[in-house]
Write a new protein. Structure first.
Length: 295
């Protein structure tokens, strides 16, 4: 009987240790391998000299700990706004040139950069690190490039939507564009890794990239664009986020579009142009608008 009790105790103890070992708050090195998929230089399209007729400028700037980040600045002759891109979890900045092109065609200057560990940026990515990087990129645009806050539009793509929302209190801007967004990192993680449902919310790491918590507060005008056929961040994630977000806000659902390359959709550019016009005009942007556009 004693041996049986000892065996049961050992099994329970091992199960508990295994439970703790896989808890997101304790196993972030493991989850970071799943979350971040960086491509380093020279992988990508570094041979591109210009986009939409605007030449790129290579820039390097510091983030926390003295780590050096790399970015490309496309300076429009007469910009209506400057768009700062916080990109997704894979690739590097050279894979976001389709987004840059749409913004340049809409009359904006564009600043796109790489998080730590991506492209030519030094360091190793982490949740806390990418948020610090986003703030550092904003400071570079605002302070070094001398772009006023009311001329900056923050654009987040996929993981970058959570990063964008996370840093909003530190990065005042005139507008927000979210491509392929999610309600929170916790909610989208639970959808794809079902076993995470055994963990309470407090066992998830911080920063939480909780876009809903950020957008439920007062924020600049918001444009959300999402592919109806998105298999990574399901469209219900975007709808749930849009529902809790304060206005002014718009959600454009792109029929036939998947998670990546939303900017290639023929309705993406017109949606951006309309949104940007609303930021600079006398009329306020629609308080609450949702539309599905088809190819």
């Amino acid at each position: 009987m004693y041996a049986l009790r000892l065996f049961v105790f050992a099994v329970v103890a091992l199960g508990f240790l295994f439970y703790l070992a896989l808890a997101p708050i304790f196993a972030m090195p493991l989850y970071n391998q799943l979350l971040f998929q960086p491509s380093g230089y020279p992988d990508g399209h570094y041979d591109v000299e210009s986009v939409a007729g605007v030449r790129r400028q290579d820039v390097f700037f510091p983030t926390t700990g003295g780590v050096k980040l790399h970015g490309w600045y496309f300076k429009h002759d007469k910009p209506v706004k400057t768009v700062l891109i916080n990109h997704g979890n894979g690739g590097n900045l050279t894979y976001r040139l389709d987004i840059a092109q749409r913004m340049l065609e809409a009359g904006c200057s564009v600043f796109v950069y790489d998080y730590q560990g991506y492209g030519l940026s030094e360091g190793t990515p982490s949740l806390r690190g990418v948020c610090a990087d986003a703030i550092s990129a904003y400071k570079y645009v605002h302070e070094d490039l001398n772009i006023p806050a009311n001329q900056i539009v923050l654009l987040g793509e996929s993981l970058g939507t959570g990063v964008t929302c996370e840093v909003l209190p530190s990065c005042p801007c005139s507008g927000i564009i979210l491509n392929a967004s999610f309600y929170s990192l916790e909610s989208v993680s639970r959808e794809h890794l079902g076993f995470l449902n055994i963990y309470p919310s407090w066992m998830f790491p911080t920063p939480s990239l909780n876009s809903a918590a950020a957008l439920i507060k007062t924020h600049p005008p918001l444009l959300m664009m999402h592919g109806v056929d998105d298999a990574l961040c399901f469209v219900d994630q975007a709808k749930s986020l849009f529902k809790v977000a304060r206005g002014p806000k718009s959600l454009v659902l792109l029929a036939g579009a998947e998670h990546n390359y939303l900017a290639a959709h023929p309705n993406y550019g017109p949606a951006v142009t309309t949104f940007l016009a609303s930021l600079g005009g006398a009329k306020p942007h629609a308080v609450s608008h949702i539309a599905t556009v088809r190819q």
